[in-house]
Ligand binder design. Structure first.
Ligand SMILES: Cc1cc2nc3c(=O)[nH]c(=O)nc-3n(C[C@H](O)[C@H](O)[C@H](O)COP(=O)(O)O)c2cc1C
Length: 344
């Protein structure tokens, strides 16, 4: 049924459809009857799993950037996700890049986005999270993916991460430090060891002062060199960071089936979906080997099916996240993947 609907949705602007679909789901979700119906239809099948000291109801989550402002958590809960990562949030609201900034590549089952951390600011996200904590069923684990404002210079970036961390600490179950979006100029430079160490250790020190500690993960790009990856692995082990999310979107355009002219016309942005699968799996595998399996990982990148998820788990990830797969496969994706994983 989703395939028929998808044809219609794909004829409309990608970003508009994203908001429209969530608003539809929200209207249905408001009725107890439909809410129970959706919940029963999309109930995930996997068993609970412990990761970084947290109990996830299953291994499939929704990656960052889908619910940036924590507005749709109740609705996403109905679709069977074990966790949702809200954000990326920045201290101040910011509009992001000009539209259009989200593009479909149906021949490749991919997306290109250059959203640029459009979000309503950490304060608004905190409001959404409070609402979910108060009225939601609270069955999902919620991650807070945090970033810096576009206008904040890199040397002050740690202050932005700190501000978001403080505001969300009571409201999320784990944090992800995002230094890997290709759409905020200079952000990926924060993946260099010294810059990263400053941000991560600042947050760890802050975390140590709270009675309830929140696991902190680092989300990296799939485009890093081996030397950069080695530096990151060393740092993560040295400071005993809780884990990593691997990976964000790629700036590569290699091997696409979509005509080169179309890809060129779309322009800059991060590529996600099927073409990212192999590249990001290789990074998970490399980190796992290089760290002797000592770094807990959440895999993100090109996961559409149970088999894709199984591949990520086989090379060292413990949990998986979907984003582009949700757009192409529809609302039953968490159920289908968890069903496959349960059978293993
Ligand atoms: C439109 C869009 C917006 C995104 N925004 C964010 C974001 O704000 N923060 C982030 O860490 N990742 C963001 N991502 C990256 C996803 O979280 C995910 O890591 C990436 O898309 C790879 O997974 P996929 O192939 O399943 O889509 C975004 C991806 C898309 C397609």
């Amino acid at each position: 049924m989703y395939k028929a609907l998808r044809q219609l949705l794909f004829s409309l602007d990608a970003e508009a459809v994203h908001h429209l679909s969530m608003r539809w789901l929200r209207s249905f979700g408001r009725s107890i009857f439909f809410s129970n119906l959706i919940k029963a239809r999309y109930k995930a099948q996997d068993d609970p799993i412990e990761f970084a000291g947290l109990i996830f109801k299953n291994r499939v989550g929704l990656a960052a950037g889908f619910d940036k402002n924590a507005k749709y958590l109740h609705e996403l809960d109905l679709l069977g996700f074990g966790h949702v990562e809200i954000g990326t949030v920045t201290p101040q609201p910011q509009p992001g890049n000009d539209r259009p900034r989200l593009f479909r590549l149906p021949k490749d089952k991919a997306l290109i986005n250059r959203m640029g951390f459009n979000n309503a600011g950490v304060h608004a996200a905190a409001g959404g999270l409070r609402h979910y904590r108060k009225y939601g069923k609270r069955q999902m684990i919620i991650g807070g993916n945090i970033g810096k404002n576009k206008t904040t210079p890199n040397e002050d970036a740690w202050r932005d991460y700190q501000a978001c961390f403080k505001e969300l600490h009571d409201l999320v179950d784990y944090f992800v430090v995002n230094v890997s979006s290709p759409n905020t100029p200079g952000l990926r430079e924060l993946q260099d060891k010294d810059a990263l160490k400053k941000i991560l250790t600042t947050l760890q020190e802050l975390n140590a002062g709270y009675q309830k500690k929140r696991p902190i993960f680092l989300k990296i790009a799939p485009d890093l060199t081996t030397a950069q990856l080695n530096d990151i692995v060393d740092l993560v082990l040295e400071i005993a960071l809780d884990g990593m999310v691997v990976s964000n979107t790629t700036v590569s355009r290699e091997g696409l089936k979509t005509e080169a002219g179309i890809v060129e016309k779309i322009g800059q942005g991060g590529l996600s979906g099927k073409p990212l699968m192999k590249q990001s799996t290789e990074v998970v595998e490399y980190i796992n080997k290089q760290s002797n399996g000592k770094i807990p990982m959440i895999a993100s990148g090109g996961i559409f099916t149970g088999k894709d998820a199984q591949e990520k788990l086989a090379v060292g990830a413990s949990l998986v996240q979907v984003w582009t797969g949700f757009v192409y496969e529809g609302p039953g994706i968490a159920k289908r993947i968890t069903k496959h994983l349960k059978k293993l």
